[in-house]
Design a protein around this ligand. Structure first.
Ligand code: NAP
Ligand code: ZN
Length: 352
């Protein structure tokens, strides 16, 4: 075991602060990564503040962060895919049982014994897993991803959650050229969804509550931007979408979007507001529409997404911050005030 610098929260109401955490020495199949950048996902904030207490209560101290990019510093004897000096990435998962039908199907995110990057039981050390707001992390090589050489690393970190979470449902629902696709909520996830939908050749309509994001959404690849609080703008799109991805982090009217789907259209929810959403039966049954959910993506698909980003030169639009600004960043996230992802420069942790 060795000590690593990190930032943790000690309760649902305390700010994140400097600390040290234990990390395990590499075992046979492990890769040790010195973290260069870690994105700030809204899920970090949901967890730190115990907003999902009903589904996944937070264990404190909590070190969040599951959008990790870094440099390999050490590998175990049996590791074949990585060597010291390689660039590597870790997303939301660090282990699973690898024998269940979900794992065998490459859908580790649905494994009943899934170990998330933070706030999951740590089978190597006592307590829970600690995430990427840290100088290093030790992860089984199966859960370590390769990063295409052409991608900017600060902008690559968010691909590990915001990227795969939006890429996976578009693949699942076979989103393809010529379709009309809606993206609701232009945050970290939503802005990646706009980029992917645009690259897949669809007609992209971005729905936002923030008038200030209108111009930028067009630059990201949206063909149209709708201010979702304007009912007349919404009405113009009734019954016209093949697919809508909803990435809103708070309570909102889901029926307003279900009504925009054509017959057999699908709305996939990736946003995870704590409060249940009310779905009107008639919105679904009258046009055989479907409403579904999606959870990140499997390891093979995450690698496919990174390679897709390498081919198309896609990264997240990031605001790079030092770790000392993380509490301020959380407050700004709550006000939808980030274009479009904070990426923490982990070199800033050295001065702590
Ligand atoms: P984010 O960057 O904060 O973006 C959320 C966006 O939702 C905001 O930028 C805002 O967009 C919109 N929004 C916020 N409050 C709203 C309100 N009251 N009414 C309407 N719109 C509102 O968050 P994120 O990191 O993209 O995450 C989004 C959600 O997905 C979170 O709940 C997160 O936990 C969840 N998530 C799920 C998965 C999964 O696997 N399913 C993975 C990662 C994250 P506008 O300013 O454009 O309106
Ligand atoms: Zn996330």
């Amino acid at each position: 075991m060795f000590k690593a610098k990190a930032y943790s929260a000690t309760s649902a109401t305390s700010p994140l602060a400097s600390t040290t955490i234990p990390r395990r020495e590499v075992t046979e199949h492990d890769v040790q990564i010195e973290i260069l950048f870690c994105g700030i996902c809204r899920s970090d904030l949901h967890t730190v503040r115990n907003e999902w207490s009903e589904f996944m209560p937070t264990v404190y101290p909590c070190v969040p962060g599951h959008e990790i990019v870094g440099r390999v510093s050490k590998v175990g004897a049996a590791v074949t895919r990585f060597k010291p000096g390689d660039t590597a990435a870790v997303g939301c998962m660090v282990d699973s049982d690898r024998t269940c039908p979900e794992c065998q199907a490459g859908l580790e995110q649905f494994c009943p014994n899934l170990i998330l990057t933070f706030n999951s039981p740590d089978k190597h050390l006592e307590g829970v897993t600690y995430g990427g707001y840290s100088e290093s992390v030790v992860v089984d090589e199966h859960f370590v991803l390769r990063v295409p050489a052409n991608l900017n690393l600060a902008g690559t970190a968010p691909l590990l959650c915001a990227g795969i979470t939006t890429y996976s449902p578009m693949r699942r629902w076979c989103v393809s050229k010529g379709e009309k696709v809606g993206v609701v909520g232009l945050g970290g996830l939503g802005h990646m969804a706009v980029k992917f939908a645009h690259t897949l050749g669809t007609h992209v309509v971005a729905f936002t509550t923030s008038p200030a994001k209108k111009e930028a959404a067009l630059r990201l690849g949206a063909d149209e931007v709708v201010l979702s609080r304007h009912a007349d703008e919404m009405r113009k799109h009734a019954g016209s979408f093949d697919f809508i991805l909803d990435a809103v982090s708070a309570d909102h009217d889901i029926n307003a979007y279900i009504n925009l789907l054509r017959r057999d259209g699908n709305l996939t929810l990736v946003g995870a507001p704590a409060k249940p959403l009310a779905v009107a039966a008639f919105g679904l049954i009258m046009r055989r529409r479907s409403f579904s959910g999606s959870n990140i993506g499997g390891i093979a698909e995450t690698q496919e997404m990174l390679d897709f980003c390498g081919t198309h030169n896609i990264t997240a639009d990031v605001e790079v911050i030092p770790i000392q600004k993380v509490n301020e960043a959380y407050e700004r996230l709550l006000m939808s005030d980030v274009k479009y992802r904070f990426s923490i420069d982990m070199a800033s942790l050295k001065s702590e």
